[in-house]
Design a protein around this ligand. Structure first.
Ligand SMILES: NC(=O)C1=CN([C@@H]2O[C@H](COP(=O)(O)OP(=O)(O)OC[C@H]3O[C@@H](n4cnc5c(N)ncnc54)[C@H](O)[C@@H]3O)[C@@H](O)[C@H]2O)[C@@H](O)CC1
Ligand SMILES: Nc1ncnc2c1ncn2[C@@H]1O[C@H](COP(=O)(O)OP(=O)(O)O)[C@@H](O)[C@H]1O
Length: 285
C-alpha cells in the first residue's frame, strides 16, 4: 500500500484521554515500570530527559539503567527516578528477568556499536515493548536487515529523525515522508514514527497517521537538542502504561507537540515534560 491519500490525522481521541486517566483504586504497579538505558559518564543527559518524560506521562515507576562510570552523575540529578547499574548485556539480562519492567527505551545518548546492538537483541528477544531511537538506529546503519529481523512483529516503536531514517532506509529517503514512513514500517515489521515539522506514524500493516498535516499545529521551537529524547521517553512511558505501539506513538506525538506549542519561543527540552500537568488538567484528567 503506497497510496499517499490514505491516512488519518493524529488527534487526541476521547478513548486515549481515558487511557491516560489514573483511577482511584489503582497503585503504581498498575501504571507500568519503564526502563531507560543510559550512556556512560558525561553522556547521560538524553536518557535523563527520556526518563523524566516517561515519569511525567504517568508511568508508575521509572528506572534508569546506568553504567557504573555514570552512577554518581545520575544519582546527583534524579530523585523520583530510580537507578540500576547496567554495565553490559549480562546486567541487562538480569533486569529482563523481572517481568514487571514492561517497557524499555534505548538509544538516546547510549553510544553506537556492538554493546548497543547486543542490548537491542536481548530486549527484542524478550518480547518487551521498546522504543528504539537515536544511537540504536545509527548502530544498525551498516546492516539494517539485522535490525529488521530483531523487531519484526514485535511491540517496537522506532523513532528516526530524517538523518537516521536515511541511514536505515536509504532508498526511501528521497520519497514523500508519509509514503516513506509507511513503506519503512511495512519493511521493518514494526511501528515507525518519522520526526519532522510534520510527524508520521506508520504500522506494519500499512496504517498511517499524520500529525500537523495542514500546519495548524506547528511547533517550530521543538527544533532544539533533546526534544526527540523527550518524545522517546513519552512513548516508552505510554507503552509501560499499556498503550499498544501505534497508540503510544500517536498519543505522545500529539502531547509532545502540544507542549511545544504552549511553551513556544525559548523552549528547551527540559521544559517539555513539565508542561504535561497543565495539558492533562485541560483535557480533564
Ligand atoms: N542533552 C543530551 O544529552 C542530548 C543528546 N543527544 C544525543 O546525541 C546523539 C547524537 O544525536 P544527533 O541526532 O545529534 O546526531 P546523529 O549523529 O544521529 O545525526 C546528526 C546528523 O544527521 C543529519 N540530519 C539530517 N537530517 C536531520 C534531521 N531531520 N534531524 C537531525 N539531524 C539530521 C544532521 O545534519 C547531522 O549531520 C544521540 O545519542 C542523541 O540521543 C541529542 O539528542 C541532543 C541532546
Ligand atoms: N520545525 C519543527 N517543527 C515541529 N517539530 C519539530 C521541528 N523540528 C523538529 N521537531 C521535532 O522535534 C523533535 C526533534 O527530535 P530529534 O531530531 O531526535 O532531536 P534530538 O536528537 O536532539 O532529541 C522531533 O519530535 C521533531 O518532530
Amino acid at each position: 500500500m503506497d497510496d499517499a491519500q490514505n491516512w488519518h490525522e493524529i488527534t487526541l481521541t476521547a478513548e486515549r484521554v481515558e487511557a491516560l486517566r489514573k483511577r482511584a483504586d489503582q497503585h503504581k504497579y498498575d501504571h507500568g515500570h519503564a526502563v531507560v538505558l543510559s550512556g556512560g559518564a558525561g553522556r547521560t543527559g538524553a536518557a535523563r530527559l527520556a526518563g523524566r518524560a516517561a515519569l511525567r506521562i504517568g508511568t508508575g515507576l521509572v528506572t534508569l539503567g546506568v553504567p557504573g562510570s555514570a552512577q554518581m552523575e545520575v544519582a546527583c540529578q534524579e530523585t523520583a527516578i530510580m537507578l540500576r547499574r547496567v554495565d553490559d548485556p549480562l546486567a541487562l539480562e538480569s533486569l529482563l528477568a523481572d517481568d514487571r519492567l514492561n517497557a524499555f527505551c534505548i538509544g538516546p545518548g547510549f553510544g553506537v556499536g556492538e554493546r548497543c546492538r547486543a542490548c537491542v537483541a536481548l530486549i527484542c528477544g524478550a518480547n518487551r515493548s521498546v522504543v528504539l531511537d537515536a544511537d540504536v538506529l545509527t548502530s544498525f546503519s551498516d546492516d539494517p536487515e539485522a535490525l529488521f529481523a530483531l523487531v519484526w512483529n514485535r511491540p517496537v516503536v522506532m523513532t528516526p529523525h530524517k538523518g537516521e531514517f536515511r541511514r536505515l532506509f536509504p532508498d526511501l529517503a528521497g520519497a514523500d515522508p508519509r509514503v516513506a514512513c509507511r513503506k519503512a514500517a511495512m519493511r521493518a515489521g514494526c511501528t515507525i514514527l518519522l520526526k519532522g515539522s510534520e510527524t508520521s506514524v506508520a504500522d506494519a500493516d500499512g496504517g498511517l497517521g499524520v500529525h500537523n498535516p495542514d500546519g495548524k499545529r506547528a511547533a517550530p521551537y521543538l527544533a532544539t537538542a533533546g526534544s526527540g529524547d523527550v518524545l522517546a521517553g513519552m512513548i516508552c512511558g505510554l507503552l509501560a502504561r499499556g498503550f499498544v505501539p501505534v497508540a503510544a506513538a500517536e498519543t505522545a506525538a500529539w502531547l509532545h507537540a502540544e507542549a511545544g506549542r504552549r511553551i513556544g519561543a525559548g523552549l528547551i527540552a527540559e521544559d517539555l515534560p513539565e508542561a504535561l500537568p497543565a495539558i492533562f488538567a485541560e483535557i480533564g484528567l
